[in-house]
Design a protein around this ligand. Structure first.
Ligand code: UD1
Length: 336
């Protein structure tokens, strides 16, 4: 098939392009090479459109679109909010409008659409805690309590049909993109698969930018000889999934689209829950660097735990992540 990959020059995009090409597909990359991410901007060439998804254009001869182009990360402060909406929501809207006769879309979504995700209370069963209170965070109470009795909760794995509750501009934009794409699919008879990525890491991770994910931030610190700075108490839970596993999920999803319903959402995670403190410790060890410092700082837009079940994509598409975290981090640090 001929596949358009938006954001194809980015961290995940480059790996997706490699995987698609390796499987014999023809690929066209659309990437804006935004200066806050890329240091240089290449000349357009065959198979590369240097441009912004927000600019309307026609895409001829494309069978499937993989839409990865986005402004990523949590955002530095609220001054970014309009750029998130413009880059992500408007970007998706203009792309959808430009799809013409194309009917197959893979949309890069995120685990952050769930907000705090799933928790269980001994007394009240499954509950969905609201955003954490500043007073609690200031006091070092990082675990969200049961919204009914205030007792501690046990975090669990979120299924795709869980309540969606985005907590920051990036998350809101990603969910908005899912909704826009679902509306496009209904209107046109198209099909969209939204992949809700967990914390993606691996070779080619962005460096030295406040928009980078935590593994990249820790790596940059260690490369400077500094200790990784772990926010909260380091016990917040995430699922780190290797970028090659993510690329494989994208390619499988793209190939399966013609048989899929109008809208499908899949969580894409390794299946292994890890705390941020553990990731920092593993990386420090791999670099033989200083041990992490747990700072107690917090970011208001952060959720405490965000881990979901990826069983649906495993069973529907036979996707199987190949990397465990130790292997992936070792490769990242030692280049193998
Ligand atoms: C990340 C991605 C988001 C993706 C989501 C999928 C980034 C920036 N965010 O969000 O795009 O959709 O995963 O689940 O890639 N932390 C520290 N020290 C730091 C920075 C962060 O301890 O220097 C902590 C944060 O407080 C948070 C955790 O690390 O608890 C993860 O933060 P981050 O990597 O920004 O990712 P998510 O918010 O999980």
């Amino acid at each position: 098939m001929k596949v358009l990959v938006t954001g194809g020059a980015g961290f995940i995009g480059r790996q997706v392009v490699r995987e698609l090409t390796g499987e014999g597909h023809e690929v066209v990359v659309l990437d804006s090479f935004r200066p806050d991410v890329h240091t240089s901007r290449p000349e357009p060439r065959d198979g590369l459109i240097v441009g912004d998804v927000r600019d309307e254009r026609t895409y001829d001869g494309i069978d499937t679109v993989v839409h990865l182009a986005a402004k990523v990360g949590l955002g530095v402060d609220l001054n970014d909010i309009d750029d998130y909406v413009s880059s992500n929501s408007l970007g998706t809207a203009v792309l959808l409008k430009s799809l013409g006769r194309i009917r197959n879309l893979v949309y890069a979504s995120s685990m952050v659409v769930y907000g705090e995700g799933r928790y269980d209370c001994d007394e009240h069963g499954p509950v969905a805690p609201g955003p954490r209170r500043v007073e609690d965070l200031e006091a070092g109470h990082f675990e969200p309590p049961c919204p009914y009795c205030g007792k501690p909760l046990t975090p669990g794995l979120v299924p795709e049909d869980a309540r969606l509750d985005p907590r920051n501009a990036y998350a809101a934009g990603k969910l908005n993109g899912e909704h826009l794409a679902a509306a496009w699919a209904r209107e046109t008879g198209g099909r969209v698969t939204a992949l809700r990525f967990h914390n993606v890491y691996g070779p080619g991770m962005p460096r030295n930018t406040p928009y980078a994910g935590v593994a990249a931030i820790f790596r940059s610190a260690l490369e400077r000889g500094e200790a990784p700075r772990v926010f909260e108490d380091g016990r917040q839970r995430r699922d780190f999934v290797h970028v090659r596993d993510v690329a494989a999920a994208v390619v499988l999803s793209a190939a399966a689209l013609p048989e899929q319903p109008a809208f499908t959402a899949y969580n894409v995670g390794s299946g292994t829950v890890t705390s941020i403190g553990e990731v920092a410790t593993e990386l420090s060890k791999a670099y033989a660097g200083p041990p992490p410092i747990v700072t107690g700082e917090y970011r208001l837009g952060d959720v405490r735990h965000i881990t979901a079940s990826s069983e649906r994509i495993k069973s529907d598409l036979s996707w199987k992540p190949a990397y465990d975290l130790t292997t992936g981090l070792t490769e990242l640090v030692h280049g193998r």
